[in-house]
Design a protein. Structure first.
Length: 464
């Protein structure tokens, strides 16, 4: 590119992880960067999705720990020595903290962008061809455009949220009083996480799943553990139950199923998937091809079909994770500005479902192995035999590793248990760096530790 990166003007539409992370990379490489943002820096990941939901879940984790405290010999008493009254949650205070943390995180991002010289324009950006972005009456010329507009909760004509008792996952933080009977429709990651969190907060929860199991896209053994634990803790799971409609009559919400059954509760959370925010952005007019459902079609370096137009994050539908959005955005800028770039490799992405217990995965899955997509040996080691797990009263969960026959290279893993999101990291490194099971096993672990089960599982994959 003539003139070097300092002559390049980059315009980014959307201030979520795909947008602000790409802005930081472009600024680092000397480009003139403008971020056009509508709803607040950090996007839904920071303001209405990841940060809020995981903050809520952090409170739920405390309640889960308290529920198991008696097994560890911890009893709760008041100042006179009598058994303490039931421990309760102040949902209004919880949600106030949730939204304050989200706002603080957004402000931190704004300060970082300002420090790096990134201009932020408040407004809705729209492409005017492949080299211009229009924001209100302002026109921005661009050598490269990155579309990172995210996605929004999917709703149905027969299940319209009212923001009070029928809610999308973005609206739950307006609740100030505890629901008495919560119905969650949808058993994907979002539905499972909210159902698990509110159950831990002491709310009666019914989870409606159209599939034969919770988390149909995750490891089947992991789903089985989550279902078993959830039922044991009092959750009602309705599998193979498709929602027909959700209606409200005063304080009562009714979920009607396609088979004629109905469930009543005080509140309902709709977790029906996401739709991309790609309408009326001038994308198709600029030569950008959209896939089914309106997602932007991109290659592994985040290029669209229009020269100079890139896309990142949930609007691409590649893999709806904040970490993937951020990496897509970085890759786009590394590619456009001529830096070293490695195409996105989804087989190296680690992800986590923040239920209780957590479910973390990386690399090739059991489903892929069973389908013959890859040859791999597997071992599954229950956490119940881990010394640290016994000390902490952990009975549920496991470590599962996959390695290639012959070479022993680790190609995937699943961890189910407390803080699985932290435990998956050594497996993620092994997958990313093509380490063998023996190499993973021979690295020292602390005794006692949950991570010791990762090394033990790797040892069991050793072949003479």
């Amino acid at each position: 590119m003539s003139g070097g990166p300092e002559s390049n003007k980059v315009v980014i539409i959307g201030g979520g992880p795909g947008g602000y992370e790409s802005a930081l990379v472009a600024a680092q490489l000397g480009a003139q960067v403008t971020v056009v943002d509508t709803d607040g820096l950090g996007g839904s990941a920071v303001l209405t999705d990841c940060v809020p939901s995981k903050t809520l879940i952090a409170t739920a984790e405390v309640m889960t720990d308290v529920a198991g405290a008696a097994e560890l010999g911890v009893n709760f008493h008041d100042h006179e020595g009598d058994p303490a009254a039931a421990i309760s949650v102040d949902l209004a205070r919880v949600n106030e903290r949730v939204m304050q943390l989200a706002a603080d995180q957004s402000a931190d991002i704004a300060r970082r962008l300002a420090k790096e010289g990134v201009e932020v324009i408040q407004g809705r950006g729209r492409l005017d061809g492949p080299n211009r972005v229009v924001v209100g009456a302002q026109t921005l010329e661009a050598d490269a455009i990155l579309v990172a507009t995210g996605a929004a909760p999917r709703v149905l004509p027969t299940a319209q949220p009212d923001g009070e008792r029928i809610l999308t996952w973005e609206q739950v933080y307006d609740l100030t009083e505890m629901p008495t009977e919560l119905i969650v429709v949808g058993s994907g990651v979002t539905g499972a996480e909210f159902a698990s969190a509110y159950l831990a907060l002491g709310i009666s929860v019914t989870l409606v799943s159209s599939r034969d199991r919770v988390l149909p896209g995750e490891d089947a053994d992991a789903s089985h553990v989550l279902e078993e634990v959830s039922r044991r803790r009092g959750m009602k799971l309705l599998s193979e139950s498709r929602m027909e409609s959700v209606t409200r009559d005063g304080d009562v919400v009714t979920v009607t199923l396609t088979d004629g059954r109905s469930i009543q509760g005080s509140h309902c959370i709709l977790a029906l998937g996401s739709v991309p925010n790609t309408t009326d952005l001038g994308l198709e007019e600029a030569g950008v091809i959209l896939k089914d459902g309106g997602f932007v079609n991109v290659d592994r370096v985040s290029r669209t079909s229009a020269r100079g137009v890139y896309a990142a994050g949930d609007c691409t539908g590649v893999l709806m994770l904040a970490s993937v959005a951020a990496m897509q955005g970085r890759i786009a800028m590394w590619h456009f500005l001529g830096d070293t770039v490695h195409p996105l490799d989804l087989k190296k992405v680690s992800s986590n479902v923040f239920t209780a217990p957590e479910i973390a995965t990386v690399g090739w899955s059991q489903q892929a192995v069973d389908a013959g997509e890859i040859q791999a040996e597997a071992v599954m080691l229950p956490l119940s035999g881990n010394a640290r797990a016994k000390m902490q009263g952990v009975h549920d969960g496991f470590v599962k590793l996959f390695c290639r026959p012959g070479t022993g290279i680790v190609v995937g893993g699943v961890i189910v248990g407390p803080r699985a999101s932290e435990l998956i990291h050594p497996v993620s490194i092994a997958v990313a760096e093509s380490l063998t099971a023996d190499q993973l096993a021979q690295a020292f672990t602390v005794y006692p530790s949950m991570s010791g089960s990762v090394a033990e599982a790797a040892r069991r994959l050793h072949r003479v």
